[in-house]
Design a protein around this ligand. Structure first.
Ligand SMILES: *[C@@H]1O[C@H](CO)[C@@H](O)[C@H](O)[C@H]1NC(C)=O
Ligand SMILES: *[C@@H]1O[C@H](CO)[C@@H](O)[C@H](O)[C@H]1NC(C)=O
Ligand SMILES: *[C@@H]1O[C@H](CO)[C@@H](O)[C@H](O)[C@H]1NC(C)=O
Ligand SMILES: *[C@@H]1O[C@H](CO)[C@@H](O)[C@H](O)[C@H]1NC(C)=O
Length: 604
C-alpha cells in the first residue's frame, strides 16, 4: 500500500543500490535503464496501478524530456524515491510559469495511459480542459501554494511529507470532563430496525447492450465509445469493466422493495455519476442526480432516505470549492449544494437543508435517541484541487460535526455518521484525518456506526484510541457498480432500536457472469454472508473486530474469506487472485484511519 519505490522487490533493490552506490562517482550523463524502471514503478504505484505494463523506454524518456526539467533526472535519482523531487521541481516550474499546466498534464496523462491497459488517450484533452480553469485559478490566487505542500497533498506518501501549516492545524475537541453516556434500557423483545445500506451506483444512462466492454478507455459499454476492434460485448445486466445500466438499477430497487419489506431507513453513501469522468457536466450530472433520488423516493415512499454526496457528483470530478472563495459562478460548487438541498427535501427538515445548501452536509435527529450526521467529506480528497487554494475551509464542517456530537451527548442521543470517503486510504488529507479521528475518539461512546462508500469494496475500518484500544467501527457499503471486477451488492443491517448499535450486517450480491448468461431473467440476488455468522461474532463490537483482525493475520483461510467478500466473488477478481502481500494490504487497511500511521505495529 505504501509507495515503496525500488525497495519493494529484492532484485530491484540490489540493482538500484548498486547503481545508486556508484552513481555519484561515475560520469553518467543520462538516467540509466534501471533508474528509469525504478521511477516507472514509483509512478505506477502513485497512480494506484498495481499491475502496470512496462513502457517502451524511449517513449518514457521522451515524455520525461517533454517536461523540460531544469535539473537532469539522473542527478536526483534516488532508489528510495525520485517522484517526490520530480513533483516538486515540476510544481516549482509551474509556479514560476516556466512550463505550462496543460503540457505537464498531457505528459502525465500519457504516462498514466501507457502504464495502464488502455489504448485510447484523447480523453486526456477533455479532462485537462475540464480542470484547467480551477487549476489556473488556484495557481493565480492561492496564498498557501508551494511545491512542498502541493506534492505532500498530491502524492500522499510519507516520503514526500512536508509539515506545512496548511496541514498541521488541529482543532480542540470539547472537554472530556463533560463525557455523558446515554442511558439505555434495552427492551427484551423490541422489534429490531432494518437499515438498507446502498452505495456507489455509478449509473450509465447510455449503456449499450452488446456495446464494447474493452473499448480502450478507462470505462466502456457506452454508445459510440471507443475502439470497435477486438471487442467483448457488454452484457445486459452490466459488465465487470463498466458501470450500471439504468435497468439494472431499476430492477435492483424493485427487488429490494419486494424482498425486504421490513426496511425502516435507507442510507446511501454517494456516487451516482459513472466513470466516463471526461464527459461529466453540471447539466448531465444534475439530471442523473434528480433521476436517482426520484427513483429512491418512488421505491420507498414511506421510508426516510439519508444520503451523502459522492466525489463523482461534482463537475469536474472531485472539485469541491470553498463556499466563500471569491470565484466566478462557473467555478463554484454552489449549483451542486443547491441541487442536493432540493433532491433531499422529502427526507430532511429546512434547518438541515440549510447546511446542505451551504456545503453539502447536515445533521438530523430522526428521533430523541438517534441523530444522523451526513458529511460532505469529498472536500478532504487529495485530488480536490481546491485544497491547494485553501485547507482552512475544512474546519467549518469538522466544527459542525463536533458541535452536533456535543449536543447529542448532552441530550443522551446516539449518532450514526455517513460519509463518502473513508479515512486512512492515502486519499483524505492530514488535517481532516487527524481532526476527524480526534473527534471520533472523543465521542466514540455515542457514535454507534460510521457508514462509508467510495472504494466499491466490502470492507471495514476500526478506529483506535492511541493506536491500541479499539473504539469505533466504520462499515463500507461496497457498490452497486461492478466497476471493476466486483459483483454488485447492497447491505441490510440489523440495528438495536434502543442503543442503535449495529447487531448484524448482511451483504447481498448477484453473480454478474451468470446473470448475463441468463439475460432474459432478472438477476438472482442472494445473501453472500452475514457478518455475525461468517466470522462467528456474537457482537459487532470494536473489540471483537480487533480480535478478528488479529485472527485474520494468523489464519490464511480467514484472510482468504475476507478477500472473497471484499471483491464479492467477482469472477475476474477471483481469477486475478490475491497473494500474501495483497491480503496483508487489505487487512492493514482495516486498522488504518490515519494514512501514515496504521494502528497495528505489523502494518507499519
Ligand atoms: C518543453 O519544451 C518544448 C519545446 O519548447 C515544448 O513543446 C513543451 O511543451 C515543453 N514542455 C512543457 C511541460 O512545458
Ligand atoms: C465567468 O466565467 C465564464 C467562463 O469562464 C466567463 O464566460 C464569464 O465571463 C465569467 N464571468 C465573470 C463575471 O467573470
Ligand atoms: C499510548 O500508548 C503507548 C504505548 O502503547 C503508551 O506508552 C502511552 O503512554 C499511551 N499514551 C496515552 C496518552 O495513553
Ligand atoms: C458465477 O457464474 C458463472 C456462470 O454460471 C460460474 O462459472 C462462476 O463460477 C460463478 N461464480 C461464482 C463465484 O460462483
Amino acid at each position: 500500500m505504501k509507495i515503496t519505490g525500488c525497495w519493494s522487490t529484492f532484485p530491484f533493490l540490489m540493482l538500484c543500490l548498486l547503481l545508486y552506490g556508484t552513481g555519484g562517482s561515475t560520469s553518467f550523463d543520462k538516467i540509466t535503464t534501471n533508474e528509469l524502471r525504478c521511477l516507472e514503478k514509483e509512478m505506477a504505484l502513485s497512480f494506484k496501478i498495481l499491475k502496470y505494463k512496462e513502457m517502451e523506454l524511449k517513449d518514457f524518456q521522451r515524455e520525461l524530456d517533454n517536461l523540460n526539467l531544469t535539473e537532469p533526472l539522473h542527478r536526483f535519482f534516488n532508489p528510495k524515491g525520485t517522484l517526490c523531487k520530480l513533483c516538486q521541481l515540476l510544481i516549482g516550474a509551474l509556479k514560476k510559469r516556466t512550463i505550462r499546466v496543460e503540457n505537464i498534464a498531457r505528459a502525465i496523462c500519457n504516462i498514466y495511459i501507457a502504464l495502464s491497459t488502455w489504448t485510447l488517450d484523447d480523453f486526456c484533452e477533455d479532462i485537462i480542459e475540464l480542470n484547467m480553469p480551477i487549476i489556473e485559478y488556484v495557481l493565480e490566487n492561492s496564498e498557501i501554494f508551494s511545491p512542498e505542500l502541493a506534492c505532500t497533498i498530491l502524492l500522499q506518501n510519507d516520503k514526500c511529507y512536508y509539515p506545512d501549516s496548511a496541514l498541521t492545524w488541529r482543532m480542540s475537541t470539547p472537554s472530556t470532563s463533560l463525557v455523558k453516556f446515554p442511558q439505555v434500557i434495552l427492551r427484551q423483545n423490541a422489534k429490531r430496525l432494518k437499515i438498507l445500506h446502498l452505495s456507489d451506483f455509478h449509473i450509465t444512462p447510455d449503456y449499450e447492450i452488446g456495446g464494447i466492454s474493452n473499448c480502450g478507455y478507462p470505462t466502456c459499454c457506452k454508445k459510440g465509445l471507443g475502439n470497435p476492434i477486438g471487442s467483448k460485448p457488454a452484457g445486459v445486466w452490466g459488465d465487470y469493466e463498466c458501470d450500471v445500466p439504468p435497468w439494472m438499477f431499476g430492477t435492483t430497487l424493485d427487488h429490494i422493495k419486494y424482498a425486504h419489506k421490513d426496511i425502516d431507513i435507507v442510507y446511501f453513501t454517494g456516487d451516482i455519476i459513472d466513470h466516463t469522468v471526461w464527459q461529466a457536466s453540471k447539466e448531465q450530472n444534475s439530471r442523473l442526480i434528480y433521476y436517482t433520488y426520484k427513483a429512491l423516493y418512488e421505491t420507498f415512499p414511506n421510508i426516510p432516505v439519508f444520503a451523502v454526496i459522492g466525489n463523482h457528483e461534482a463537475a469536474p470530478l472531485n472539485a469541491f470549492a470553498p463556499p466563500d472563495a471569491p470565484v466566478n459562478e462557473s467555478l463554484s460548487t454552489q449549483w451542486l449544494y443547491t441541487l442536493m438541498s432540493k433532491a433531499w427535501r422529502p427526507w430532511l427538515p429546512p434547518d438541515a437543508l440549510k447546511t446542505v445548501k451551504r456545503q453539502g452536509y447536515y445533521a438530523h435527529s430522526v428521533n430523541k435517541k438517534l441523530k444522523i450526521i451526513g458529511l460532505n467529506n469529498n472536500v478532504c480528497y487529495n485530488l480536490n484541487w481546491w485544497l491547494l487554494y485553501n485547507t482552512a475551509y475544512l474546519s467549518e464542517q469538522l466544527k459542525f460535526l463536533s458541535d452536533e456530537l456535543l449536543k447529542s451527548e448532552q441530550n443522551e442521543q446516539f449518532v450514526h455518521i455517513l460519509a463518502h470517503v473513508p479515512v486512512g486510504n492515502e486519499e483524505c488529507i492530514e488535517p481532516w484525518e487527524e481532526n476527524y479521528n480526534a473527534i471520533v475518539e472523543r465521542f466514540s461512546h455515542i457514535i454507534q456506526g460510521q457508514f462509508y462508500g467510495h472504494t466499491h469494496t466490502d470492507e471495514l475500518k476500526i478506529f483506535y484510541k492511541n493506536y491500541s484500544e479499539p473504539i469505533n467501527v466504520g462499515y463500507n457499503g461496497g457498490s452497486l457498480t461492478p466497476y471493476t471486477k466486483f459483483n454488485p451488492n447492497y447491505k441490510v443491517m440489523t440495528v438495536d432500536p434502543d442503543s442503535y448499535e449495529v447487531i448484524d450486517v448482511e451483504t447481498y450480491i448477484f453473480n454478474l457472469t451468470e446473470a448475463n448468461q441468463h439475460s432474459n431473467l432478472t438477476p438472482n440476488w442472494l445473501k453472500m454472508y452475514s457478518m455475525q455468522e461468517a466470522y462467528g461474532l456474537n457482537k459487532l463490537s470494536p473489540q471483537n473486530f480487533d480480535q478478528l483482525v488479529d485472527d485474520i493475520f494468523e489464519d490464511e483461510n480467514l484472510a482468504d474469506l475476507y478477500w472473497r467478500f471484499y471483491v464479492r466473488f467477482g469472477d475476474p477478481s477471483l481469477e486475478d487472485g490475491c497473494d500474501r502481500k495483497c491480503k496483508k494490504d487489505l487487512i492493514c487497511k482495516i486498522v488504518t484511519t490515519r494514512s501514515m500511521f496504521p494502528s497495528k505495529p505489523n502494518c507499519r
